[in-house]
Design a protein around this ligand. Sequence first.
Ligand code: ZN
Length: 470
Amino acid sequence: MSQMDDINSYLDDNFDAFVDHLRQWLEIPSVSTLPEHRADVAAAAAWAAGRLRDIGFPQVEVVATPGHPLVMASWMIDEAQPTLLVYGHYDVQPVDPVDLWLSPPFAGTLRDGNIYGRGASDDKGQIVLVMAALQAWAKVAGQPPINVKMVLEGEEEAGGESLAAYLPNHLERLRADAVLICDTHMVNDLQPSLITSLRGIVCAELAVFGARSDLHSGSYGGIAPNPLHALCLLLSRLKGEDGRINIAPLAEHIPTPSEAERQLWRDDSLGIASGLLAGMGVAESVGENDYPLLERIGIRPTLEVHGIVGGFTGAGSKTVIPAEAVAKISMRLPSELDPQQVFTWLEEAAQTLMPRGYRLEVRCLHSGRGMSANPDHPAVHLAAQSVEAVFGRPPVFLREGGSIPIAALFSELMAAPVVLLGFGLPDDEVHAPNEKFSLQQFRQGMKTVAHYLGRLRREENFSPAMPPPV
Ligand SMILES: [Zn+2]
C-alpha cells in the first residue's frame, strides 16, 4: 500500500471521531456579531487551539486582538519544502429566525447523511476536514509532508477587522508559498470547482432628507418633499428595470472576459444556471437577461437594496410624510475594480440622479476588494490534480459571485496564490436556518486536502513542482 492509501484508510477508520470533533465545535455558539456570545467565541478559539495541539502542531497560540482572538499555529518540517498557510474562520452567523430550524442550531445533529448546525458548512466543517487531513499525515507519517501554518479568525462574519489589521504587521510570521481557503462550495456533489476570482464589495447607505420634521399629509401632502418616494425614484434611476446600473464610469471599467470563459458561461454544460433558478425557487431571472447567468454572477457588477427605513411601518395607518429616509445598498464588483473608487462613482451618480428638492448623503459602510487567482500557478494546478484524484473528475474553474475580503488581502500582501478549494454544496443553507454539511463532502474534502498536502511536497521526480520558496 502507498502512503496515500494508508492516509485514506486512516481517514475512513477514524471518520466517526472527526464527525464528533465537528459536533463538539458546532455546540459552541460562536456568533461574532452578538456581544452576549463573546465568551463563546473565545471558547471556540480555545477549542481549535486544543485540537491543533492534539494533532501535533509544535506551535499553537491564541492571539488576543481588539476584537475576537486569532488562532495561530505552525508546523515547520523542512526549509526546503514549501509552506502552505491555511485560513479559516471559527465564528458563525446569528441563527434567527430560530423557529425555522428543524433541530437546534448549536447541536450538530446527524440527519439524512448531513450534519446540521450553524457553521457546519461555513466554516467549521471545512476547517475540521483540514484538521483531519493533517492528523492523518501526523499519525501515518509522523508529520505533515510540507510546512503548514494556520490562521483562524473569529470575525469573518463581523467584518474581519482584527485580522486585516494584524496581517500587514506580521507578514513574516504568516509568510507562505500558497494560501489555502476551504470556505466555498462546489457546483454539486459530483462536480468540484476551484474558484479563480471573488467579487469585491462596497456597502453604502443613501440617506435622503426633506422637511425639517415629519409632516401631516393633509396639511402638506402634494407640496412637501417626501424622502421615501424620492429615495425610490433615486434607486430606480441608479438601476432600472433592465438591470443596467446607471453609473457611467462603471460600464467602461468592466473587464473583458476570455473567449474560453464566455464559452463556458454560454454553454453552461453543467446546468449551473438552472440550479441557481431552482435554488431561488423562481421560474425566471430578472434584470440583465441579455447576459448569461454565470457571467452576471461572475463578472457583472450588481446593485442591490437590502432595506429601506423611514416613515411609519406599524399596524394600521398613520398619514405621516417622513422627514428622512435611508436605503441600505451594496454593490458586488468584478475583482479587477477598486471598491473605494466605485464608491466615489456611486456617490457622484447618486447626487446627479437625485430628484430636486432634497438633500442626499451617501455613506460608505464598508468595502472589500475582490481577488483573482492565476489558474496556471502550480499551487492551483496541484489542487486541481488532488481534486481529480479524489472526486474522479477535474474541477471547473469558476468566478465566484461572493466576496472574501481577506482572500484579497492575502493575495495582495503576501504575493502568494490563494487557492479557494471549497467542499460545501449550494443547498447548505449557509447564513440561513438549517445550515448543514454533507458527510460525504466532509469525507471527500479531508481526502482531497490530505492528497494536496502530499502533492505540494517538492520531490525530484515530481512535476509540476512548486517554485522554490522566496
Ligand atoms: Zn465563511
